[in-house]
Design a protein around this ligand. Structure first.
Ligand SMILES: NC(=O)c1ccc[n+]([C@@H]2O[C@H](COP(=O)([O-])OP(=O)(O)OC[C@H]3O[C@@H](n4cnc5c(N)ncnc54)[C@H](O)[C@@H]3O)[C@@H](O)[C@H]2O)c1
Length: 240
């Protein structure tokens, strides 16, 4: 498959390695200095573009790829307020977008466990729930996109929680997310249910960036010749 990379930072470079290992060709690389290359035969020869850049530019990049009729796998987090409108446009215009706040297969299994545990804990109000996420010091968005997805899953399943808040909760309806930035940590998410008598905890810890990159390349393989909006739930088909 022909793949174009949009963003050639830590993730772009790891995706390049994994994509080549899986037998794909990298036909174009667009970074901050060569945005005009969207309008190039090399970019147009891509079956899929994989976008990992920064919150402020992701939407523009996706639209630039769509203008060349190239499907996009996007992993950039921190811009998802624009996602509902974009999904409508995708349906109207027949574009293709795969977006996930986390492409790790393990994290997506963890998300299924998170939903299941939240459903169970809905009946046990003596437990309060909170989350801690730890990432490397270069991360631009906070809390992480994954933490927000996990928090939304909890809020959907626990009636006594209606919103998430960064830092300590100021009312019982809030779900506290504590973001920590340390060294080069690829990503840790911990969810704790605390009662007076005990604590139930689940956590996922990424060992490297390769798990995210592999998931993004598998997503690119998945959307080839498809149209519409897709997420890891479509790819992994976890029933829960
Ligand atoms: N969804 C996931 O599984 C997942 C996993 C890891 C990281 N991320 C997210 O992916 C994004 C990138 O992460 P990273 O660690 O590779 O960051 P990075 O800072 O190492 O790389 C970002 C790259 O994007 C480039 N860039 C900036 N503006 C651009 C523009 N207008 N056009 C093209 N390129 C541009 C930068 O020059 C840089 O090379 C972040 O939002 C991060 O949170 C998501």
């Amino acid at each position: 498959m022909n793949i174009a990379l949009i963003g050639y930072g830590k993730m772009g470079k790891t995706i390049e390695k994994i994509a080549r290992e899986r037998g794909h060709q990298i036909v174009a690389i667009i970074d901050v200095d060569n945005s005009s290359d969207f309008d190039s035969p090399q970019f147009r020869s891509a079956d899929v573009a994989i976008e990992f850049t920064a919150p402020a530019v992701a939407l523009r990049n996706i639209k630039s790829a769509f203008a060349q009729k190239i499907p996009v796998v996007c992993g950039t987090t921190g811009w998802t307020d624009a996602l509902p409108d974009l999904k409508r446009e995708i349906t109207e215009n027949g574009n293709t977008l795969f977006w996930s706040s986390n492409y790790s297969i393990g994290v997506n299994i963890f998300m299924a466990v998170n939903k299941y545990l939240a459903r169970l804990m809905n009946d046990f109000p003596s437990y309060n729930v909170e989350m801690t996420e730890i990432h490397h010091i270069h991360k631009l968005d906070s809390p992480s996109g994954t933490a927000i997805t996990l928090a939304e899953q909890i809020i959907q399943n626990i009636d006594r929680k209606t919103s998430w808040v960064e830092g300590n909760e100021t009312s019982p309806e809030q779900l506290s997310i504590h973001p920590l930035r340390q060294g080069e940590v690829p990503g840790i998410h911990q969810i704790s249910y605390n009662s007076q008598v005990d604590t139930i905890e689940i956590s996922h810890s990424a060992n490297s960036r390769e798990g995210f990159a592999l998931g993004a390349v598998i997503a690119a393989e998945f959307i080839k010749n498809k149209s519409g909006f897709f997420s890891m739930e479509d790819l992994m088909r976890i029933e829960n």
